[in-house]
Structure formats: C-alpha cells, structure tokens
Design a protein. Structure first.
Length: 187
C-alpha cells in the first residue's frame, strides 16, 4: 500500500514534519510512505486558475493524491485552526474529487495538552466536505508533541501502537475502496 503524507506546516523544524517522518519510519512491511514537500509551492487557490490545465505543481499534487492508496495528514494548530497553507492545498482538491472515498488518516500534533484538537476538528470538517474516508482509529490529536518525538524518532511506545492501529485501519479501508472500484468498473 502506498501512503501519501502531508505535514501541514511550512516550518522546516516543525514538530508535525518530524512526526510525519517518524510515522514513515514506523510503516509496516508492505506500506510505503511518500512525503509531500511542496506545500509552500502551491499557489493560492482560485476558481479562475482551477481550469482543465491547473498550474503544474497543482497537477502533480493531485496526481500524487490520486495515485496513493491512502493519505496521511498531520496538522499543527494555529489560532484554533489548521494553517492556511494546508487549507489551501485541500481547496485545490475540491474540483478534482481526488479524495473521494479515499482512506485518510487525520491527526493534529501540538505542544499543548489539547493536542491541537480544534485544528483537527476543522481538518475533519474539510475532509468530510471532500468526501474522504477517515476511519475512526486513524484520526486523533497528539498532545505535548515534544515529549513524543525527538527529531524523527518516536519516544513513546504508546504512540507507536496508535500508529500501528492507524496503518491497519488505512489498509482495511484501502482494500474496501479497491473492491468498490473493481465492482464499479465491471458494471
């Protein structure tokens, strides 16, 4: 299974970027995690620019989303919401329907005890609008993130267990989606 991962922060030393890298390291055998590194390169979304030939960086982004079996999104919390750069990226997916029924892991990570739960709520609302399939066990906030990771290494086994459960949920949802797609293509 191929998982496409998006860290919702533009900061190079972001805890969310480090978390996505740590998650990629924990991927079980048979699961490949590819990280999106061009979040800051996406132009501001505009319906006038979202034509049959969108900007090349947008076309590549959509293609990576479409080709992935599952998506992983990890957002920080800024002013009780997800960063504008992440919302902008998701806005570029509206007309393409790239996330339609696609399995998505949605999480937030924050230095606060709440774990960025308000940003996660906003992310989940946006993913619902995009018709993404977010399994319950693949969506959670991570509080006091600096105690959980060190550079790209996980510090606690409890969080590692949650990621194992998340990968299993994505894999199960991915297989269900492939069955649905197969049935549709034969009818």
């Amino acid at each position: 299974m191929n998982v496409f991962a998006i860290a919702g922060s533009l900061r190079a030393s972001s805890s969310n970027v480090a978390l996505v890298q740590a998650i990629a390291e924990l991927a079980p055998s048979g699961i490949t995690v590819t990280t999106f590194n061009a979040l800051g390169e996406l132009p501001l979304f505009s319906p006038d620019v979202d034509t049959s030939e969108p900007p090349p960086v947008v076309a590549r982004f959509r293609e990576q989303i479409t080709n992935a079996d599952a998506i992983l999104i990890c957002t920080p919390e800024y002013a009780y919401g997800m960063p504008g750069s992440l919302k902008n990226a998701l806005d570029w997916l509206v007309s393409s329907a790239s996330l339609y029924k696609k399995p998505v892991a949605a999480m937030s990570a924050s230095p606060s005890p709440r774990g960025g739960d308000r940003a996660l709520a906003w992310l989940l609302q946006t993913l619902t609008a995009l018709d993404a399939n977010v399994p319950e066990s693949a969506s959670f906030p991570i509080s006091i993130i600096r105690n959980e990771i060190d550079v790209t290494r996980l510090m606690t086994t409890e969080l590692g267990k949650r990621f194992s459960t998340m990968f299993a949920a994505l894999e199960a949802a991915s297989y269900s989606r492939k069955d649905i797609d197969r049935i549709r293509s034969t009818n």
